[in-house]
Design a protein around this ligand. Structure first.
Ligand code: SF4
Ligand code: SF4
Length: 739
């Protein structure tokens, strides 16, 4: 459970309309601009190249650091290797003291913030002045925190900045951006000219030449590193690359992914001390490079987490993250924010410090799609979550639910059956639970919950299993809990459509929860237990294919089980054999119809139902498609589903805006963080309603639950259907409609 203080920060951020507005406006334009600026480029090839360069560097930081230091020192610079923040701070302070420095200018540097340099110098009588415009504004606002990695003051409206400038200058300043930029330039110029030392970070450090590369859009790093007589660059080990040619792909990706620009305005390359004006004569400048470790070499030695060192700090992952867009970098609490920030914090700070920030990830995988360093951020966050749980244990409620109920299928199914019998007072005979009593009430805020099915799919399966003459194949249906106990009609639709295609479908009664709630909560123990139960149950069905209509279950069966059981030779082999058989329902339909050389609604294969009312089945409907995160980003089936729907006579497919943006469900996330889940749902519902469609199709029962519940509370006539239900209806075999 997130700490009280963390929840307070979330509440504050969500209540800040200007913060949310600014982040959302930027995110909207960023997505379009990013696509344009990468147009015609092979993004996949580019990110694989960057990942290879950075992964290779991470394998040999020691060697590269030696080479880098030799190259810098050969040109007259000095290199100090700092193990931790304390030694880095002290070294920089001593350099400043030796030169009698009282004022320091700084260009933007995460590493300097990581070591809390400003406070340290200030306490010792040395005044650091930030020269990046946004950083300077924040410095003038004590207590204010950066909201974004690349644009730290994006949340501040110009009126607020004008007030800050007025206070600083002691005279009124109008909220006119051009005028305020002129003021900043004038004031900062004075600092550059009077400072005794310039402190910068670096975007890249080239081992073979000892070059540091700094990218800015304001040119302030160029002044910081050239005007004062002493330059100190603080460089994390992860900035090292072996050769000068390795700089090229990073410079190609950094501005494109960061701010959707084709190039950064100022790219400064410094190789050794540059000539400087020393007040009365020209002389060599003093150059110090502080190579900062602070957990980086430990991270590089970790076979899982070293991947995060590939990060080039472009912030693209946060620009597309639906959670970050709501809460901003201010909530994460440490220097590095967003999903990648949680991972870095766990090494640069501590695992405890990363515990709350990592819990914000709802696993939508949008970040992994855009990361130019090819980092699988959501998977790393899950690994981090496992580490947090291993150290701190599961929160009590999770432990009770996961260990005590979900891990015991018979008990869980029994409880659900009992709840179905007793739910009358909260469902009032309706398919939705719209209100819940007492402390359960927040669960039904802003989104109705589905009533528990009176008869779960597993109890209906025997009636649905009809003999198919000469079946094309035998499929074991893995329904998952949501279809089984909330939407058995989706399961019936699966039976009907596949039956129509000549598939013999069986329901293995031993199947249990796929374990996703445990996996996404960091509860490996329960996830492993459920993986074994399901493997045994599905093997017993002796089917050629295991079909599921839930992409989260498909990912669990195909990807998670083999990973969970890796190292246990017998089980790993069984998990892999199962994984090879797993197919999503819509994918299977697409393959079967393609094999038969016809579309689904064409004359039936043997054993299928006869259309009840062919005319009604072909009544025109306008459908918009919502991409479930797992269906699109894990299974890659988004276009397959659209094609299957388009093939249906009478179906008009219209695209909604941001069709692949998460609906905010995220399994237990919508219960854990309803205050975040609901605004994400709100945006999705607006896009759906604006599409002009009558029906929303999706391939995920979890998304069906979230979207139906959201539309129900808004009294919308729009229907939400699983693709299986639409197909069954087009065949005239529509199962009972609950929407
Ligand atoms: S994780 Fe990837 S997308 Fe995020 S800041 Fe790093 S390089 Fe950019
Ligand atoms: S998976 Fe989604 S929620 Fe998690 S960090 Fe990535 S973009 Fe954000």
């Amino acid at each position: 459970m997130a700490s009280k203080e963390f929840r307070e920060r979330i509440k504050k951020a969500l209540g800040n309309a200007s913060l949310r507005g600014a982040l959302e406006r930027f995110a909207d334009s960023y997505v379009v601009a990013r696509e344009q600026v990468y147009a015609g480029r092979d993004f996949q090839a580019l990110r694989e190249r960057i990942a290879a360069i950075k992964a290779d560097a991470a394998n040999r930081y020691g060697e590269l650091a030696d080479e880098f230091a030799r190259a810098v020192e050969a040109r007259g610079g000095k290199v100090f290797r700092a193990q931790d923040p304390a030694s880095a701070r002290e070294y920089i302070y001593q350099v400043a003291r030796e030169h009698g420095v009282t004022d320091v200018v700084k260009s933007k540097s995460f590493a300097s913030e990581e070591i809390h340099l400003n406070e340290y110098l200030e306490e010792r009588g040395i005044h650091p002045h930030e020269t990046d415009l946004a950083e300077w504004i924040l410095q003038l606002m004590p207590g204010e925190r950066p909201s974004h990695m690349v644009m730290p003051a994006i949340h501040l409206p110009k009126e607020e900045v004008a007030r800050v400038f007025s206070r600083y200058l002691g005279e009124p300043v109008k909220p006119d951006i051009a005028q305020m930029v002129r003021i900043a330039r004038r004031e900062l110029r004075k600092k550059f000219l009077s400072a005794g030392m310039g402190i910068s970070g670096a975007n890249i450090a080239v081992a073979e030449t000892g070059t540091i590369v700094i990218c800015t859009n304001e040119g302030n790093a160029r002044l910081t590193t050239t005007v004062p007589p002493v330059h100190v660059a603080i460089v994390g080990y992860e900035k090292l690359v072996p050769r000068m040619q390795d700089v090229v792909p990073i410079l190609e990706a950094l501005p494109r992914s960061g701010t959707a620009q084709p190039a950064t305005s100022y790219v400064t390359m410094i190789t050794g001390p540059v000539p400087a004006w020393l007040g009365d004569r020209e002389g060599p400048k003093e150059l110090h490079v502080v190579l900062l470790d602070n957990g980086r070499t430990a991270m590089a030695a970790d076979p899982i987490f070293k991947e995060a060192l590939q990060c080039i700090r472009c912030a693209s992952c946060t620009n597309v993250c639906p959670v970050f867009q709501l809460v901003s970098g201010q909530v994460y609490g440490y220097i590095y924010s967003g999903g990648i920030g949680s991972i870095l914090t766990s090494f640069f700070n501590s695992l405890e410090d990363a515990a709350d920030p990592q819990s914000l990830c709802l696993g939508c995988r949008r970040c992994a799609e855009v990361c130019p360093a090819n980092i699988n951020i959501p998977d790393l966050i899950l690994k981090l979550r496992e580490k947090v749980v291993a150290k701190q244990g599961l929160p009590a409620t999770y432990r009770i639910v996961l260990h005590g109920v979900v891990a015991k299928p018979k008990l869980m199914h029994g409880l659900l059956r009992t709840a179905a019998r007793l739910q009358g007072p909260v469902t009032h005979g309706q398919p939705f639970i719209r209100h819940l009593p007492l402390f359960f009430s927040p669960l039904a805020h802003g989104r109705s919950l589905p009533a528990i099915a009176r008869q779960p799919l597993r109890d209906r399966a025997k009636q649905l299993e009809r003999p198919v003459e000469n079946p094309r194949l035998r499929a074991a249906f893995y329904s998952g809990c949501v279809i089984d106990f909330a939407y058995p009609e989706i399961g019936e639709a699966v039976y009907q459509v596949l039956g129509r295609e000549g598939v013999e479908v069986v329901f293995p009664q031993g199947q249990a929860c796929c374990g996703a709630p445990a996996t996404y909560s960091g509860d490996r123990e329960t996830a492993v237990k459920l993986a074994k139960i399901n493997i045994a149950a599905l093997e017993a069905a002796q089917a050629e294919v295991v079909v599921t209509a839930c992409p989260t279950c498909a990912v669990a069966l195909k990807e998670d089980f083999p990973k969970l059981l890796a190292g246990n030779l017998a089980w790993e082999k069984r998990a892999q054999a199962l994984a090879a058989k797993v197919k999503d329902f819509t994918q299977l339909v697409s393959e079967l119809t393609a094999q038969a050389g016809r579309i689904l609604s064409a004359p039936a294969a043997a054993g299928g139902p006869t259309p009840a009312s062919p005319a009604a089945c072909r009544e025109p409907i306008r459908v918009t498609y919502h991409d479930s995160c797992h269906f699109k980003r894990h299974l890659g089936l988004d276009q397959v589903a659209r094609q299957v729907l388009r093939d249906q006579p009478g179906v008009e497919l219209v695209e909604m805006k941001e069709s692949d943006r998460c609906c905010g469900f995220g399994g237990s996330y919508s219960i854990k963080y309803p205050e975040i889940s609901l605004p994400i749902l709100e945006r999705k519902l607006k896009n759906i309603m604006d599409s002009g469609a009558q029906v929303v199709a999706t391939d995920c029962p979890g998304c069906v639950l979230q979207l139906r519940g959201g539309l129900d509370q808004r009294h919308s006539p729009l229907q939400v259907k699983h693709t299986a239900e639409i197909l069954a209806a087009r065949l005239g075999a529509n199962p009972k409609d609950r929407t």
